[in-house]
Design a protein around this ligand. Structure first.
Ligand code: ADP
Ligand code: MG
Length: 254
């Protein structure tokens, strides 16, 4: 475990459809068990970074490397990345009409460990326990994934997936957006409980509000502007950004 969990070096990525460059040389290293936050103005490339890490087909990597547990992440297929232990909670989770949370989660968990058959009773116990952790009503298990869910319910469902899939790296893209303060507290305390439970799980929190970081305290904060990380620091950097905004960074030549 001496090598970092994730190492991103000079990552450049374009939109596959039209070739316009969004990531312009991202460098980031995340150690085992560390909590990192990326902040930055809208449109700076934060979601693109998370989608590129998960292997989203809308983006093409044109330069740089990403190492995950010493493996070349960019050579792995989407499902291989998930099995290797990367989890992404989407900023805009999609609906899956006709597929219940219970079935969806069972399929996802089984896909993550293809070599052993998931015990259905263990699975149900885990599902019930994790839904309780997120204060989700048990009836949600039978509802179609995200269909008719409020913004906050969708975000909780993303964290339910995180709780059940037990990745090594969880990337939470704007998990705080659309949450009222009570839901934010529930989600944050669930994420903190999961992190305590598995000290080697790392988190990458993407947010443009400092509010989330009052509840999930990062070890490191990075500022992303125009597709690059232009500054890194400790948790105090989040407060500074909240007070002063991103204006000074807009001047940063790229
Ligand atoms: P952030 O998450 O920091 O707000 P994004 O990564 O979502 O930023 O987007 C960065 C920029 O790239 C924005 O200008 C956005 O419109 C553009 N962009 C990202 N993905 C696509 C896409 N699939 N098609 C067209 N434009 C995109
Ligand atoms: Mg975004």
């Amino acid at each position: 475990m001496n090598e970092p969990l994730l190492m991103i070096e000079n990552l450049h990525a374009v939109i596959a459809e039209d070739g316009s460059e969004i990531l312009r040389g991202v460098d980031l290293e995340i150690g085992w068990g560390e909590i990192h936050a990326i902040m930055g103005p809208n449109g700076s490339g934060k979601s693109t970074l998370s989608k590129v890490l998960s292997g989203h087909p809308a983006y093409e990597v044109t330069d740089g490397d990403v190492w995950f547990k010493g493996q070349n992440l960019l050579e792995l297929e989407v499902d291989e990345r998930a099995r290797a232990g990367i989890f992404l909670a989407f900023q805009y989770p999609v609906d899956i009409p006709g597929v219940s949370i219970a079935n969806f989660m069972r399929t996802a968990m089984q896909a993550n460990r293809p070599d052993e058959e998931l015990d259905i009773f263990d699975y149900q116990d885990a599902l019930v326990a994790r839904m309780a952790l997120l204060e989700m009503d048990g009836s949600f298990a039978e509802r179609s994934v995200n269909e008719g869910f409020s913004g906050g319910e969708k975000k909780r469902n993303e964290i339910l997936q995180l709780a059940l899939l037990r990745p090594s790296l969880a990337v939470l893209d704007e998990t705080d957006s659309g949450l009222d303060i009570d839901a934010l507290k529930i989600v944050s305390s669930a994420v903190n409980a999961l992190h305590r439970e598995r000290g080697d799980m790392s988190l990458l929190l993407i947010t443009h509000y400092q509010r989330l970081l009052d509840y999930i305290r990062p070890d490191y904060v990075h500022v992303m502007v125009s597709g690059r990380i232009v500054r890194s620091g400790g948790p105090e950097l989040a407060h500074e950004l909240e007070a002063e905004g991103y204006e000074e960074y807009r001047e940063t030549p790229v």
